[in-house]
Design a protein around this ligand. Sequence first.
Ligand SMILES: Nc1ncnc2c1ncn2[C@@H]1O[C@H](COP(=O)(O)OP(=O)(O)OP(=O)(O)O)[C@@H](O)[C@H]1O
Ligand SMILES: [Mg+2]
Ligand SMILES: [Zn+2]
Length: 321
Amino acid sequence: MEYCFGCLKDDVEGFCSSCEKRLFDRSKINPQFKFNWEDISKVIDGYPAGFSISGVQTKGFIGKITGTELSSNLNHDENSIYIIKPLLSRFDLPSDSPANEHVTMQMAKQLYGIRIAECCFMRFANGTPAYVTRRFDYNKDEEKLSQEDFASILQAKKDDNGGYKYFAKTYEDFGDILSPLNKIEFIRILIFNFLVGNGDAHLKNFSLLETSDGDMQLSPSYDLMNTKIHVNDSPIALNLFRELERTSLPRGKTYTYTINDFIELGKRFGIRSRLLENIVVEFEGTKDEMTGMINKSFLSAKAKKKYTEIVDKNFDQLFSN
Ligand SMILES: Nc1ncnc2c1ncn2[C@@H]1O[C@H](COP(=O)(O)OP(=O)(O)OP(=O)(O)O)[C@@H](O)[C@H]1O
Ligand SMILES: [Mg+2]
Ligand SMILES: [Zn+2]
């Protein structure tokens, strides 16, 4: 069985028509590039500073669609509309990283209605997998929308290790900034991240984005993946609470999260108990739906098995008391 490279719908070769429309504003797009990662990574370094986007890993930018192809030869004065992320350059099962991010993003959207950066799985000319996302920081008229990540919004100071991504702030700190609706969304995203094994939801992986009214709201989610397929990291990237529940423990002791921790954070945000109870009910019975999507994904058999085991364990831990 073949599945849509965008939404994983059954029995589709390449992209289904609604994914073509949503992702590319047209029909008939070839899910395989005519170029390889090496061809574009050489060009990226030559672009002016304003063109690049922050993030540890080098990313590729493509803007133009020529006929049925997404093309990589972007002029300096053109906006990039898509970002291509290549394979992880280190860690376990690196060639599964695009499929991992793709299925994780699709689960967030399709199973839980979390707003995401639109994305798909693709292949380079030589068959290597790629993750492609459509930029949300441009509007329909291709005007740049302002975007600011939480490292900057919360004015996080670098910690002793020279990084500010993980320990400088806690998820509780986000509550000072987020609107009431965004707070509910944020709690749901945190629960999702825990269940899928995303230990990398750090300060730069959340942003506020300018809306059409000109105010700043939580942007669509991006960079969602099961990091535990690739690396043995912590259950969640930041501490939930200002009292640093996890990192204040004596060495060798671990903190075991349950759903009550996420409810407690919701309460601290001022979310009504009734709404929080609804969120729990909504997530609790969804393990099989996740497993179903993981099995349809572009992951290797080994990665599917690992993903499923991690999800199994996380559901058990979160909901078993
Ligand atoms: N669809 C998108 N639209 C607009 N901006 C995006 C989109 N996807 C990612 N970005 C921006 O690009 C940055 C890097 O992307 P992303 O986090 O996916 O890459 P990464 O290499 O995995 O980063 P890191 O490993 O540092 O977390 C993000 O912090 C975000 O600001
Ligand atoms: Mg990131
Ligand atoms: Zn589709």
